[in-house]
Design a protein around this ligand. Structure first.
Ligand SMILES: [Zn+2]
Ligand SMILES: [Zn+2]
Length: 891
């Protein structure tokens, strides 16, 4: 057991170290049936709401929401956490840092308040040995259940239990699961107190500090403040390990607990300064001490310094640490040196720190020296800018200047801000953002060259040209090799981590890169916890093979020995399709003639496409013949042999070479029995029998003299017929037939449809004739001319004209005006017979005279006119107006 020198009052507590306390906690909850889980990575998995894991509960969210099933209903962890929300204030006081470890025990629908409270008490008092009379529980105002447990079951007197409101003791995050909390406070004694009369639990001073928080997730908030009981109640507890250590070791702050103190001392040693001598120094000492912990852990989880997202958080942390080291007078690179003290102190709980030591030091030193190179220059420029500001009487640095510092000298905005703040100067942040946006636009425009994947070509151009890869996958689907280069979509990097997309290059790969019409392999690359899903494989300039994809967990870094596994089903199906194109080419030459040359091809796991020279569309008979030949050669089970030889030798074998293709000195020849011999670098089946079956889907023209065949093989053919079968049985079901009598049934149905529609036609015209009878009652006589003006509902312009013609006939001589409303619009038709026209009637002028009443316009000839309108409500008025207008026209 360790002991620590301190001049504080003697207490009856064993002064356990940070590493001991972590182990004690996990062992204790293991003895209570909990599964001890390793700390999750600081990089959130499948969670875009967080940049970095910031609590013990955060990585367990899917278990709380029920999205995933936990490995056990009781889980305990010590989780590494980073919070950078108020990074500007870190160091100013000793209350907190960006990095901390959180102890937690969790119940997913298992135990609840009784056990959670009892075990919390047992751990604090019996395991750690804190004095019970220094501990004060608090509960949520209305939570009598928790109050009673503390009071009656644990035996804490009622006056020592505090009730707090929603702000302190209710955990809630918008709508969804929520619930009351119960915290435990520890009285550190008068020496930490403010001495004010009301000083007790809840006071702002450092005397009573919260060591444990139990969250009882028991309600569901519907978002409107209505709470209902959750069917599955959860327990989520949290306790800061460093804070517990500060209490147990009875030291002033987290910066004084054993492991962090060792680190702090190392900072002081390097700087030649003493802690607690000068406030200004203390701030810098605490910043360096805290930030080097965060940086070490972040890098060990694969986060790399960058200008975006969590990479930027890391860059900022490293640069702040570097700068405050310089303020303390430390010369040269020192971060890796300090990081080794972090690793020494924490490797007990986090063995990955020791494993990735060299990598961590490397990343830190690179970033630090990059920063050091620019900082002096940047500081000089900033000093000049400050001078100018003073001359011009400004206290605000312009956005362009701040951006110039950022862009040219690598000064992060917040660093510039921090330096200026010390002199009571500010920055035009909006101006900075505007300048940044403008530059990004420019960069986007300048970066138009992309490959077919849409990836940035220039990324690959930045890879060391000396790096090459070798394809070893003709007969192997998995292989071990070293990572020689990696990129994100934007930059060459040293590591890829959970959620990032990018490209991995290795020395030797079993993955086939897209080439010669054959699509690249898919699969997975693994290293320990790290998993990279390969979505495509391509050839890059300089003999490199790039595996393009996304990290789905953990990290993979440069130099790692990785396990590369090609998706076997995808490869097998691709091979079937590729080998079939060789058989197809020979079959086409056999059926169509030797003018057939390959003009292009595409094969992937799902289908094949073969373009060839030929000058007319193939007949169904030719297609059937070609398909038959290919299937015969499949059934002949021809062995497929590949050999590498010189081009001269290959020509002697009669190999078909691609027209216009350049070949190297040695070529690969693929032979299928005596039937087909081709030069080809692709992957193939071992025997044509493996293709199983071949089916042509279509033949079409793609250019002058170039035809295209699309076809399927093996499982693709079965899937194709299965789909046809499904469609057939659906159709059969609809017409209540069987596949056997479907055609007969459809013939009957078509005849029936024809008969019914002719019946329908005659019924419709009968109905129209009948409705005319009634309309004839509305005929009026104006100055001896018969007028029929009526509304015919639902008719379109054509129907209205037909109706008009019929009515005109029925009328003998006279004028017909019809109006209809259809789909909210008005149609008008006017017609006049010869004798009506002789008496002065003019259909065109008639319609002109009434169209305005239905919100429209129109006109036409004297015998026939039509118009449209937008106001159906005006129809009765328009019809009434007809009489007046016609009366005016007639002699
Ligand atoms: Zn106080
Ligand atoms: Zn081929």
């Amino acid at each position: 057991m360790r002991t620590y020198c301190s001049d504080v009052e003697e207490r009856n507590v064993n002064k356990y170290g940070v590493n001991e306390l972590r182990k004690m906690f996990l062992d204790f909850f293991e003895s209570k049936g909990h599964l001890v889980m390793k700390s999750f990575s600081l990089v959130p998995h499948n969670d875009n709401s967080l940049l970095l894991i910031n609590s013990g509960m955060a990585p367990l969210k899917p278990y709380f929401t029920g999205q995933e099933i936990p490995p056990r209903k009781r889980v305990t962890t010590c989780q590494k956490c980073i919070r950078t929300g108020d990074i500007e204030n870190i160091g100013k006081t000793d209350r907190h840092g960006t990095f901390f470890e959180m102890l937690g025990n969790f119940s997913f629908g298992d135990y609840f308040k009784h056990e959670a409270i009892a075990w919390c008490w047992e751990f604090l008092t019996e395991v750690v040995g804190l004095e019970a009379d220094r501990l004060y529980p608090s509960v949520y105002l209305d939570d009598d259940e928790a109050f009673d447990i503390w009071n009656k079951e644990i035996g804490i007197p009622a006056e020592r239990i505090f009730r707090f409101g929603k702000e302190d003791n209710f955990w809630e995050h918008g709508s969804g699961p929520c619930g009351p909390c119960s915290e435990v406070y520890y009285d550190r004694g008068e020496k930490y107190g403010c001495g004010k009369p009301g000083c007790t639990v809840g006071c702002e001073c450092d005397r009573y500090i919260e060591v444990w928080n139990n969250v009882f997730t028991q309600f569901d908030n519907d978002g409107h403040g209505n709470y209902t009981d959750l069917s599955q109640k959860n327990i989520d507890t949290g306790m800061g390990l460093e804070r517990l250590a500060a209490v147990v070791q009875d030291v002033e702050s987290i910066f004084d607990v054993d492991t962090i103190q060792a680190l702090r001392n190392r900072v002081c040693e390097l700087a030649g300064k003493t802690y607690k001598e000068k406030h200004e120094w203390d701030v810098s000492i605490r910043i360096v001490t805290d930030h080097i912990r965060s940086a070490t852990f972040m890098i060990s989880d694969g986060i790399m310094p960058s200008n975006e997202g969590r990479g930027y958080v890391l860059r900022r942390i490293i640069r702040r640490a570097a700068r405050h080291g310089r303020l303390l007078g430390i010369e040269g690179d020192f971060l890796a040196n300090l990081s080794s003290t972090v690793i020494e102190g924490s490797k007990d709980g986090y063995p990955e720190l020791e494993e990735k030591k060299d990598f961590i030091f490397n990343v830190l030193t690179q970033e630090e020296s990059k920063f050091n190179k620019t900082i002096d220059q940047g500081l000089n420029i900033l000093a000049e800018m400050e001078e100018n500001m003073e001359k011009e009487g400004r206290t605000q640095l312009s956005g362009e200047d701040a951006f110039r510092l950022y862009d040219t000298y690598g000064f992060p905005l917040d660093l510039t801000m921090e330096i200026l703040e010390e002199k009571n100067l500010t920055i035009d942040e909006e101006g900075f953002q505007a300048a940044m946006k403008e530059q990004k636009e420019k960069a986007r425009k300048a970066r138009k060259v992309t490959n077919y994947m849409g990836a940035d070509v220039t990324v690959y151009e930045s890879i060391d040209p000396a790096i090459t890869s070798e394809f070893v996958g003709y007969d192997k689907l998995s292989w071990e090799s070293d990572v020689t280069a990696m990129t994100t979509e934007e930059a060459v990097v040293d590591a890829l981590t959970d959620g990032e997309s990018g490209t991995i290059i290795v020395e030797q790969t079993p993955f086939y890169g897209t080439m010669g019409g054959q699509c690249g392999d898919t699969g997975v690359i693994r290293c320990g916890d790290g998993e990279f899903v390969v979505q495509d494989t391509i050839h890059l300039a300089g003999g490199k093979i790039g595996h393009i994809g996304r990290m789905t967990s953990g990290m993979i870094k440069l130099g790692d020995k990785v396990e590369l596994s090609v998706n076997p089903a995808g490869r097998a199906d691709t091979c079937k399709n590729h080998s079939a194109t060789h058989l197809l080419q020979k079959a086409l030459r056999t059926v169509l003639g030797s003018h057939v040359e390959q003009a292009g091809s595409y094969v992937d796991a799902h289908r094949l496409r073969f373009d060839f020279s030929h000058f007319s569309a193939m007949t169904p008979e030719e297609l059937a013949k070609v398909e038959q030949i290919v299937n015969d050669e499949i059934n002949a089970h021809l062995p497929v042999r590949t050999s590498v030889m010189t081009l001269e030798e290959a020509k002697k074998t009669g190999a078909m070479a691609l027209f216009g293709e350049k070949y190297g000195d040695s070529v690969r020849v693929v032979q299928m029995g005596d039937f087909s011999t081709e030069l080809c670098g692709g992957t193939h089946v071992a025997n044509t029998g493996d293709i199983a079956v071949f089916k042509i889907l279509s033949e079409s023209g793609v250019a002058a003299g170039v035809r295209r065949i699309e076809a399927l093989t093996g499982p693709g053919v079965f899937a194709y017929y299965k789909e046809l079968e499904d469609r057939l049985s659906e159709a059969v079901k609809i017409v209540k037939a069987t596949p056997a009598n479907l055609a007969e049934k459809l013939t009957h149905l078509m005849a029936e449809v024809k008969q019914l529609s002719s019946e329908n036609e005659s019924l419709k015209s009968k109905a129209a004739r009948e409705s005319l009878g009634n309309v004839m009652d509305q005929v009026k006589e104006i100055k001896g001319v018969k007028l029929l003006a009526a509304k015919a509902d639902g008719a379109d312009m054509n129907g209205l004209r037909d109706l008009g013609d019929q009515l005109k006939e029925k009328l003998g001589e006279g004028v017909v005006v019809l109006a209809s409303e259809k789909d909210g619009k008005v149609n008008l038709v006017a017609m006049a017979t010869d004798s009506a026209m002789a008496q002065g009637a003019h259909a065109g002028n008639l319609i002109k005279g009434i169209a305005a009443l239905v919100g429209g316009g129109g006109g036409g000839r004297p015998n026939m006119a039509q118009a449209g309108g937008k106001n159906p409500a005006g129809i009765p008025q328009a019809i009434a107006e007809v009489e007046k207008v016609l009366e005016g026209q007639l002699k």
